[in-house]
Design a protein around this ligand. Structure first.
Ligand code: ARG
Length: 476
């Protein structure tokens, strides 16, 4: 697609080199060309670039800047280009720097003068800002759907394990018994807040920069509201300098993504721990694990480990974008071309990670007996015994002391609190009666915590159902 016609001020695309070449006396070196080009990565915004151009062209025609014939040609040309791109037949050229110039050049090739009129009242500066917002809005919608699906899988597993008991930890020491359903729903809460953050970020992504042109707006009587409506934007950006230059919306998305990955990473850490033979609480389906080339017995939880690892690159992209933005004077600077790769990688990473987790969580095999026997170790119901004494009129601090003595005695004898006989227990405090064994059992302990936010099976069922209903509602 190299064109060898000599430079001409009348036809920017006749020149072999870049679109602005008439102004320059020497071409850029190959290295500088590669250094400054973004077509290698921004071509993934092509469909949105075309969508934005069509909305712009329709508006230009509505105010009489281009004719209806030009608009028809542009529509026809863009349809052909989209087809070429989707079929992998489009010849991307580094000489044309980025996705915008590549498409525009091809449009001129296909339809001639009408193609050259498309860029009226527009600059690549407002064009690229529009493309990124359209692309990012789509990514937000996809990842929001995945978060919803992941919450639904967690809630389903929680419903199935509303009664399954495992030790709850603080400081990674056995603290109190909790239900596995309750533990899973903790993550459903985290991912619920993540979805709220994406929805909030979407409001600020969904504003139209087009019309800002290079930086100052344009002298054509453009109708920005019309373009915004055509592209599904809720609002138009109210200041042209701001519209072409700030990428805070992308930074917000990266921050929301970093929090998603932080939550995924915490869950991953637990999955890895739970799958360790030393713990043995769960098994992951084979398709999420790999073996070892040397140790035949190994089944490694590669997927959660990698997800935990990928959290680092997403955090990195957030810091990179913040740093990219902080030193830039108004308005557009080429620095901003550096916003894309990190942003793309962030969106890809959360999309792939969430997609895999939806499948993986749905297939977790729970080893309830191992969870239960772990909960029976470590005096997980000591707090329940203290609370029991309080209900019998003993001040809490005295009850705490009494139970500490009982635990110490159990430790010396190598037994659990529930293994002590009634007479032995009464030896620690006279207020203890035969009904004490109801609270010393794991089931009694969790069932008592049935308030909002508690771990009781009946509460878990209510909360899990609420999350399932919500996700059905949102998917509608
Ligand atoms: N490829 C550029 C970017 O990603 C498009 C805008 C370039 N504008 C310019 N005046 N050089 O930001």
């Amino acid at each position: 697609m190299e064109n060898t016609t000599p430079s001409s001020a009348h036809n920017q695309f006749d020149n072999k080199s870049q679109a602005w070449s008439a102004r320059f006396s020497e071409p850029v070196s190959d290295l500088v060309k590669r250094y400054t080009a973004s077509v290698g990565f921004d071509q993934r915004m092509a469909a949105f670039d075309i969508q934005g151009s069509l909305a712009h062209a329709e508006m230009l025609s509505s105010i009489g800047i281009i004719s209806e014939g030009d608009l028809a040609d542009i529509r026809r040309g863009m349809a052909a280009i989209l087809e070429e791109i989707e079929a992998g037949r489009f010849a991307w050229s580094l000489d044309l720097e980025d996705v915008h110039l590549n498409i525009e050049k091809r449009l001129v090739e296909l339809i001639g003068d009408a193609g050259k009129r498309l860029h009226t009242g527009r600059s690549r500066n407002d064009q690229v800002a529009t493309d990124i917002r359209l692309w990012l809005r789509h990514e937000i919608d996809v990842s929001s759907g995945l978060l919803r699906a992941l919450r639904a899988r967690l809630a389903e597993l929680a419903l199935a394990h509303a009664d399954t008991i495992l030790p709850g930890f603080t400081h990674l020491q056995v603290a109190q018994p909790v239900t596995f359903g309750h533990h899973l729903l903790a993550y459903a809460e985290m991912f619920g807040r993540d979805a709220e953050r994406l929805a909030d970020c979407r409001r600020r992504v969904n504003r139209l920069p087009l019309g800002a042109a290079a930086l100052a707006g344009t002298s054509y009587p453009i109708d920005r509201e019309r373009v915004a409506r055509a592209l599904g934007f809720d609002e138009v950006c109210r200041n042209s300098l701001d519209a072409v230059s700030d990428r805070d919306f992308a930074i917000e998305f990266c921050a929301a993504a970093a929090l998603i990955m932080m939550h995924v990473s915490r869950l991953s850490e637990e999955l890895v721990l739970w799958m360790s033979p030393r713990v043995g609480f769960i098994d992951l389906a084979d398709r999420f694990c790999t073996g070892s080339s040397i140790m035949p017995q190994k089944k490694n939880p590669d997927v959660p480990e990698l997800a935990r690892g990928k959290t680092g690159r997403v955090n990195g992209h957030l810091v990179a974008l913040l740093t990219l933005m902080k030193g830039q004077p108004l308005a557009y600077n080429k620095d901003n071309q550096e916003d894309k790769e990190g942003l793309f990688d962030t969106a890809d990473t959360i999309r792939d990670t969430l997609t895999i987790f939806v499948d993986m969580i749905g297939g977790v095999r729970v080893k309830a007996a191992a969870m239960r026997s772990a909960a029976l170790q470590g005096y997980a119901t000591a707090t329940d015994l203290a609370d029991y004494l309080v209900k019998k009129g003993v001040p809490f601090r005295d009850a705490h002391e009494t139970v500490a003595l009982a635990v110490r005695s159990c430790e010396e004898r190598g037994c659990d609190l529930a293994d002590l006989g009634l007479e032995e227990l009464r030896g620690f405090h006279g207020a203890i009666g035969a009904d004490v064994f109801e609270v010393l059992t794991l089931e009694g302990s969790v069932a008592a915590r049935k308030h909002i936010g508690g771990t009781a099976p009946e509460r878990v069922r209510i909360e899990a159902q609420r999350i399932l209903d919500e996700s059905l509602e949102a998917a509608r």
